[in-house]
Ligand binder design. Structure first.
Ligand SMILES: *Cc1c(COP(=O)(O)O)cnc(C)c1O
Length: 474
């Protein structure tokens, strides 16, 4: 959540100005004939008729954007009507209440088993996993397991004042890993970008490891440019480190997006539990798992990787189901929707859907690359995501101008600056999702083509306040 402040002054001002409400909406109260809008920053004194309340909220939400034109987010914006029905049938189900809703719990268990199979767990019988609210929670859980296992291996050294556990990762990690390190007091050791390498370098990552390293994070695929990190080479570098020094450093794969792409489109790429060093994997069910926001998954290779003292068993809802989660109560509907999506598509269906999305991304990247004004950093052939910047000879405008002008046409294409050591590089990023059809891609290209002549005529880049101009959406 953004950290909101109660804006009392604004509330007072808007309450003093009497705002009229559409007389039609007040019809539900013929006696008092509601004419004044209720306050919006404190609880109204009296109830409203449901129809009036509905209209007021509904009208205000018209200002939200059109999600299908949003090329910034990775998160699902379209599901089938049948999924909508299941979601509404299950919206009262609480995921934690495994005794009241044993069948929802069973569907969760089956999803874990399906993912274990998809990610080549060597022994499905010992895999453990759970649903979460998204990859962020899944990464917190995986990070905690790494930290606890490291602490268990070093009982004589930790906790101690001068010993601080660390986690090694590329500077391109999603913000959830910075959160993990801050919240759980772990030092974040980040491999910077160099030249045209925009993600983790395996050798550099191994060099950052020492006896206090709880693990290394490999990302399938980077939010900055959609590229897969070389998880296989990372494991090989850590194997060599172990031969040299005896340090045995586990790997967690953050597969928020790619763990639901690579198994279908890059079957020969070895990044998952086939690598013995990979101890845990997360994904966002609500990204390329094709479910509306609110579901993620975390899996551990075996029960040995998940210290038992992190698992809680409560009896006050009946039953004694072991759980590993940050939340207690949480909607169960998304888990049901995930199971529906798995059943509905199967491997072939997932392959077809993801391939279509990748084809759209690659086609769009090619066309943008051949316009002459832009240089592609990635081509949409790993995640269906690509990043591009302006060609070296373009001086009249920059990526921030392009982002702002596209927004005038309804398209949300974020522009942002890269982190260390490529702060000099600013890019635009397009995330293709199921539902972003080649027709829509064509419309985007037409709009971009129409804008370019105007942009080229600018005297210089126009957006001064770059922070305000655009938002970077992970
Ligand atoms: C989106 C993303 C996350 C966070 O996932 P949520 O499901 O939004 O919490 C973490 N890591 C990577 C690589 C991501 O792309």
């Amino acid at each position: 959540m953004p950290l909101h402040r109660g804006d009392v002054a604004k509330d007072g001002a808007s309450d003093r100005r009497t705002r009229r409400v559409n007389p039609f909406y007040g019809e539900a109260n013929p006696v008092s004939g509601m004419t004044e809008a209720p306050p919006t920053h404190r609880l109204p004194d009296a109830p409203l008729a449901p129809s009036t309340a509905y209209q007021l909220v509904h009208d205000e939400l018209m200002l939200d954007g059109n999600a299908r034109l949003n090329l910034a987010t990775f998160v699902t914006t379209w599901m089938e009507p049948q999924a909508d029905v299941l979601l509404s049938e299950c919206r009262d189900k609480n995921m934690i209440d495994k005794d009241e809703y044993p069948q929802t719990a069973e569907l969760e268990r089956r999803c874990v088993a399906m993912l274990a199979d998809l990610w080549h767990a060597p022994d499905p019988g010992t895999v453990v996993g759970c649903s979460t609210t998204g990859s962020s929670e899944a990464c917190m859980l995986a990070g905690m397991a790494l930290k606890r296992r490291w602490a268990r291996r070093n009982p004589d050294r930790y906790p101690a004042k001068d010993v601080r556990p660390n986690l090694v990762m590329g500077v391109n990690v999603q913000v959830c890993w910075d959160k993990f390190c801050t919240f759980w007091e772990v030092e974040s050791r980040q491999v910077p970008m160099e030249g045209d390498r925009f993600h983790l370098d395996p050798g550099a990552a191994a060099e950052l490891c020492d006896e206090n390293t709880i693990g290394v994070v490999g990302i399938m695929g980077s939010t900055f440019d959609g590229s897969y990190e070389p998880v296989g080479e990372l494991c090989a570098a850590l194997d060599r480190l172990q031969e040299r020094t005896g340090l045995d450093v586990p790997v967690h794969v953050d597969g928020a997006s790619g763990a639901m792409i690579a198994p279908f489109l890059d079957e020969d790429l070895v990044w998952d539990f086939r690598l013995p060093r990979v101890v845990s994997i997360n994904t966002s069910g609500h990204k390329y798992g094709l479910v509306y926001p609110g579901v993620g998954w975390a899996l551990w290779r075996s029960t040995a990787e998940l210290p038992d003292d992190l698992v809680f068993r409560v009896n006050y809802l009946g039953g004694e189901m072991p759980t590993f989660a940050l939340n207690f109560s949480r909607p169960g509907a998304q888990v049901v929707a995930q199971y529906y999506t798995f059943l509905r598509l199967g491997r072939e269906g997932f392959r077809a859907v993801q391939q279509t999305t990748r084809d759209v991304a690659r086609g769009l990247a090619d066309r943008i690359g051949s316009m002459g004004d832009f240089r592609l950093l990635t081509r949409g052939d790993e995640l269906p995501v690509f990043a591009f910047t302006t060609a070296p000879d373009v001086t009249a405008y920059d990526v921030f101008d392009v982002s702002r002008r596209l927004r005038e046409h309804g398209w949300l294409v974020p522009a942002y600056t890269f982190p260390a050591n490529r702060e000099d590089l600013s890019v635009l990023r397009v995330v293709c999702r199921n539902g972003f059809s080649s027709d829509l891609a064509e419309l985007l290209l037409e709009d971009l083509g129409r804008l370019l002549p105007e942009l080229r005529r600018q005297p210089h880049p126009l957006i001064r306040d770059r922070e305000a101009a655009t938002g970077f959406h992970h």
